[in-house]
Every structure is written in C-alpha cells, then in structure tokens.
Design a protein around this ligand. Sequence first.
Ligand code: NAD
Ligand code: UDX
Length: 465
Amino acid sequence: PTEIKRICCIGAGYVGGPTMAMIAHKCPQIDVTVVDINPQRIAQWNSDELPIYEPGLDEIVKEARGRNLSFSTNVDQGIDQAEMVFISVNTPTKTFGVGAGRAANLEYVEKCARQIARVSTGHKIVVEKSTLPVRTAEAVKRILSSGETKASFQVLSNPEFLAEGTAIDDLLAPDRVLIGGECANAIESLVNIYANWVPRERLLTTNLWSSELSKLTANAFLAQRVSSINAISALCEATEADVDEVARAIGTDSRIGPKFLKSSVGFGGSCFQKDILNLVYLCEYFGLPEVANYWEQVVAMNDYQKRRFVTRILRTMFNTVSDKKIGIWGFAFKKDTNDTRESAAIYVCRDLLLEKARLDIYDPKVPQDQIKRDLMWALTDQGAMSSEQAQAAIEENVRFADGCLPSATDAHAIAVLTEWDEFADVDFQAVHQVMKKPAFVFDGRNVLKDMDLRQLGFDYYGIGF
Ligand code: NAD
Ligand code: UDX
C-alpha cells in the first residue's frame, strides 16, 4: 500500500473539520489540509472562533493547527499536493427537477471529482466521505478517468458515523470505521491511517456498494427507532401509559437495546431526513415501491410528531395562542451543537407564528441571525407567506432572550425544544413567579420531568405521558 504523507479534504464542514482534525491529532506524521470554497468558513477555522461548536474540538484543532493541520481556500493546491483526497462536501436533498424533495443533490460531489481529475498528476486515492447514494462511486470513477486527466485513481468509500454534539468522542473511539473499495492496496492505505488509534477489529472493509449503502441504512435504522417510539408516545398520551417507562421496559430486552429510544418533539439534523428520502428515491428508482413506502413512513411519522406537539399546545391553551408570549428554550436540533439544520424547533416556531403567537427564543449556542434565516425560510416555504409578510411576522413577533428567565418573563407558556443540560439547573420557582398564570410548560424533550414542576404550580406537559 502507498504510505500516505499528505491528505487533502475538500469541504470544511461539520464532518470535514472534525474528522481531519482528529487524523492530524492522531497522525503527526501526516500533513492534513482542509480546503473549502467558502472563504469565511476557512477564516473561521483559522481563528479563535471556530465555525462549529462541538465539545472538545477547540483543543484538538488548536493543538494540531500550524503543525500538521491547515485550512485553506486553495483547493487546487490542496489536491495537487496530496496522495489521498477526501470528498466531504454537502449532499443536500435536491430542490429542483427530477427527484426534487427526495434525491440527493450530487452537484458538489461531481464538481469535486472534476476538479480532482483536472488538477491531479500521478496516482491518487479518492475517498468518498460524504454520504452518497449507492453506486455513486461508479460515477466518480467515470468522471475521474474521463477527459484528459494525467493521473490514475482508486476510489474508496469511507462514510462518517459521527453524531454532532459528540463528534470528538465518536471519532476518538468509533464503534467501527467502514472502508469500501475495489483495490486491496488502496483499502490498506486508508486502514493504516485509522489503525494509528482505532483497534484493527473495528476497521471494517467491504465492497464499494455495501459501504455506500450501509451509511444510508444506518441512518434509516436509527431514525426509525425514534419514529417508532414517537408513534408509541401518541398512544401513551391517549392511554395514561408513560413513554419513558415503555422505552425502559422494552430497552432492557438485549435484542432491542436501550439507546435511541428517547421520545421527542421529532428528530432533526442534516442527515436523517435527507438520507431516508434519498433511500426512498433509490428504491423507487430501482423499481421497489413497497420498500420506498416502508421507509417513507419514518419521515411521515416525524412530521406528524412535530405537528402534534403544536396541536397539543394549542388545545391546552384554550385553542388560541394569538398574542400570547411563548418562551422558546432551545433551537438547535439537539444539545451541544450550534447546528439548526432540520431542527424540530424551526417547524414548531413556524406553526406557532402562523397562529400569531409572540416568541421569545433562547438558545445557548445558536446565533440570532441563524434563527431568523431559518424562520424566514420556513415561513416562505411553499408560498405560505411572501418574503415581506414573513419579514414583518418575524419583526413583530420574534424576540431573543439571553437566558431562560428573561425568555419566561410575562410568558403564557414555555416550550422546551432542545435538551440543553442547563435547562435543568434553572430556578423554576423564579420562573413560575415571572410567568403569566396558568403557567404552561410544554417539554418537547422530557428533560424537566423530574423537576416536580406540577408541585411548583406549573401546568406541565411532556411527550408521551
Ligand atoms: P457542511 O455543509 O457543514 O460542509 C460542507 C462544506 O463543503 C461547506 O463548507 C461547503 O462550502 C463545502 N463545499 C461544497 N462544495 C465544494 C467544492 N466544490 N469545493 C470545496 N468545498 C466545497 O456539510 P457536513 O455536515 O459536513 O456534511 C458533509 C457530508 O457528510 C454530507 O454528505 C453529509 O451527509 C455527511 N455526513 C454528515 C454528518 C453530520 O453530522 N453533519 C455526519 C455524517 C455524514
Ligand atoms: C446522525 C447519526 O446518529 C450519525 O451516526 C450520522 O453520522 C449523522 O446523523 P446527528 O444527526 O448528528 O447524527 O445526531 P443524532 O444523535 O443521531 O440525533 C438526530 C436527531 O434525533 C436529533 O434531533 C435528536 O434529538 C433526535 N433523537 C435522537 C431523538 O429524538 N431521540 C433519540 O433517542 C435519539
């Protein structure tokens, strides 16, 4: 196998940044350059204020940066100098044309492949790190070998399984690293990099297509667990069963297992919905409508769960929230990240704004501008409002608080949308005092369940009880 001394990663996002920082941290003998077309993002990676919040990331980046880790906008140079090039660009759901709303948009991946083909000389290993539809490597190989390229290539699939908020722990001790390929030497080159810190038995090698498909499948299975328990949460609310008790009872069955059974206001994040829809599209493409319908239900159940939460707020608050202030606690799609992509909070806040509620939003890590952009998008999506109407609605009815107590002050209700640890440390007696009565709390994460809020005088509602 080629001994890799220089790596280039195209895409300095939530995956490219942390994974490459970890390789640089664990492999001081390898020079790692992360490149991106977004100059702002690169400037942030080179500053004290990294573009993404992830516990433990700062230390690792600051330790390796300037030694064997660098961030640059010079994509050509990065590719040219490396023996191994990772493609870690975004692969969002297509919003136009054939497969709109389902298929993955592979425009950015294809552009990377073309650029690699154009710039490269000699031999390079190209690694798909982005999550891609099964058989994408076929297209990547064709693009790399077409035209007048002076180089030869091997393509590997090495999907990333880190979860945001725990990226560093996940990268330090992964359950497994998956490497798919066709050439034993190329596979071994990448295995040798991970073997610097990951035990060999956790380095799984497969054929290219199994590797590509395993990533979509893993996310579909994980999301399916959340939708399954969320489906049961609706039944619990109708029957006085308690979904957390049910989750505990079934999770102790070793065949089911305890993880990923936390009922919530709905899963979010940039991956689950996108990857399931991609899987659904692939099944349709390959003529398997029954399989497509089966997986599509996981997304449908998630949409239902988000709508159901707002309906419960509305019904409980005497069927109107118009001109009522609602304190929104948390906007990120889960704790310990500043990422809001597909966060359930976006949809809950949109629906509350459409009911003319006044929102006072507090999130410890998400910038206000990001929240405004998300709400603008949601309110104008599918023509629900014009841009001017959405702008006016946000200006009139959205405020930002710098803590839980200010967000609750004079509020008719609080809606907890992210499970930030600090919410459990709040002085709820003080919160009760500053709220309008009855003081409603809708806990979309069941994080305040043990706080005896009902005894403190709150009207407390969670998910699935
Ligand atoms: P991201 O949007 O945070 O980052 C992608 C970056 O790629 C952006 O900074 C963008 O500017 C850059 N880029 C796009 N086209 C480029 C080009 N032609 N040249 C150079 N840079 C370019 O995305 P992400 O969250 O890091 O996800 C990347 C991939 O990894 C996706 O396929 C995603 O499905 C997958 N993935 C994400 C996660 C996660 O938790 N976010 C986990 C596992 C896998
Ligand atoms: C996910 C996969 O876990 C990861 O392996 C993959 O690489 C990328 O996609 P991520 O989206 O970052 O990671 O976070 P994850 O922890 O999976 O949570 C996704 C969503 O599901 C969050 O909104 C979370 O709050 C929700 N969730 C998760 C639940 O509602 N209940 C659970 O039990 C678990």
